[in-house]
Write a protein that binds this ligand. Structure first.
Ligand code: GTP
Ligand code: MG
Length: 311
């Protein structure tokens, strides 16, 4: 879907913060101690991955796969740092590859994209950047919905993005976000809108009132469209590390997530958790955020991402 505008995206290797490639430095630093193809080196790699915020579960799978390859492919006894970095990069790519990475849209009727996440994770910016991206590759009629009724400034912030992307915008002065979404869906159907992107307020997963509020938004979408949102994306702040993993777990208990977006990978981040986010929770990473500008949302590409991390 986004393939035809590849040139539009910044090279993520250049954009990922130095500390995102920390994972490479951590692995490299242990490989300085040993690059023999043996148990000891593989153990050092295991420790390095865990230190880089890859979860224990995912690390174990990576390590098992690396061991299998080393055993079956009968490499020479001596290797280099790059040999191991390539091997890890390959295995990370395999873990991140899935057949549901593409944004799922209805070809012939209204598609709803619901955006969720904790405070400040980058939801509104992601909605804005995503609308710019979709505007660029399609002539579909797009509308942004301001369902963050907590902060007055949130509505204006989203409106500015809608102007920047040249897409429609919906807000009203109702206080209940589910009611805003209800009215927005009526309006969208009336105006033959094809893609509706809903921005929601930040909520902590342990706040049960706020969590039931987002569930209510999902229910309204089901009621009005006879289907779940085509996409319900959880926006994760890439700088929050392993903590983001527990957010996925909690949000997944309440709403039907279809994928995650990892933002701020241009800022300080170990990025290792991104590898586990997908595998441990069986969810695709759909996009990554690498800056604050319109073009800084990149459709996730496992091969490019793993190469950017390790090469
Ligand atoms: N460097 C960088 N900054 C980002 C990125 N995405 C968002 N931001 C910044 O992070 C801050 C918070 O972004 P918002 O989009 O307002 O976050 P939010 O989740 O909507 O916040 P609330 O609505 O308050 O919960 C802003 O200063 C954004 O410019 C990114 O990919 N890279
Ligand atoms: Mg916001």
């Amino acid at each position: 879907m986004f393939g035809k505008i590849k040139g539009f995206f910044t090279s993520i290797k250049d954009k990922l913060s130095d500390s995102s490639s920390n994972i490479k430095e951590i692995v490299s630093s242990v490989l300085k101690q040993s690059v023999k193809i043996d148990e000891n080196t593989i153990e050092l790699i295991e420790e390095a991955l865990i230190m880089s915020d890859v979860s224990v579960q995912t690390t174990q799978i990576l390590i098992e796969n690396i061991k299998k390859r080393v055993k079956n492919e009968k490499f020479e006894n001596e290797a280099t740092e790059n040999f191991f970095l390539d091997l890890i990069s390959d295995e990370v790519e395999k873990i991140l590859k899935r057949d549901d990475l593409e944004l799922n849209l209805n070809p012939h009727r209204l598609s709803v994209i619901l955006i969720s996440g904790v405070n400040g994770s980058g939801k509104t910016t992601t909605v804005g950047k995503l609308s710019g991206l979709l505007r660029k590759i399609s002539d579909k009629r797009i509308m942004l919905v301001a369902a963050d009724t907590f902060r007055a400034a949130a509505i204006d912030q989203l409106k500015v993005w809608s102007e920047r992307s040249n897409v429609s915008f919906f807000s009203n002065d109702q206080k209940d976000p589910a009611s805003v979404v209800y009215s927005a869906l009526d309006d969208a159907i009336r105006q033959n809108i094809e893609i509706l992107i809903i921005d929601t307020a930040g909520r902590l997963a342990n706040n049960s009132n706020l969590m039931s509020e987002i569930k209510k938004i999902e229910d309204i979408v089901i009621k009005k469209t006879n289907s779940l949102p085509q996409e319900t994306l959880l926006v994760l702040d890439g700088t929050s590390g392993q903590n983001a993993l527990s957010q996925i777990e909690k949000f997944k208990e309440v709403i039907t997530l279809t994928g995650v977006v990892i933002t701020k990978l241009d800022s300080s981040s170990k990025a290792g958790f991104a590898i586990s986010a997908s595998r441990d929770f069986d969810l695709p990473i759909k996009f990554i955020g690498v800056g604050e500008k319109l073009e800084d949302l990149v459709p996730f590409d496992p091969s490019e991402f793993s190469r950017a991390l390790f090469k």
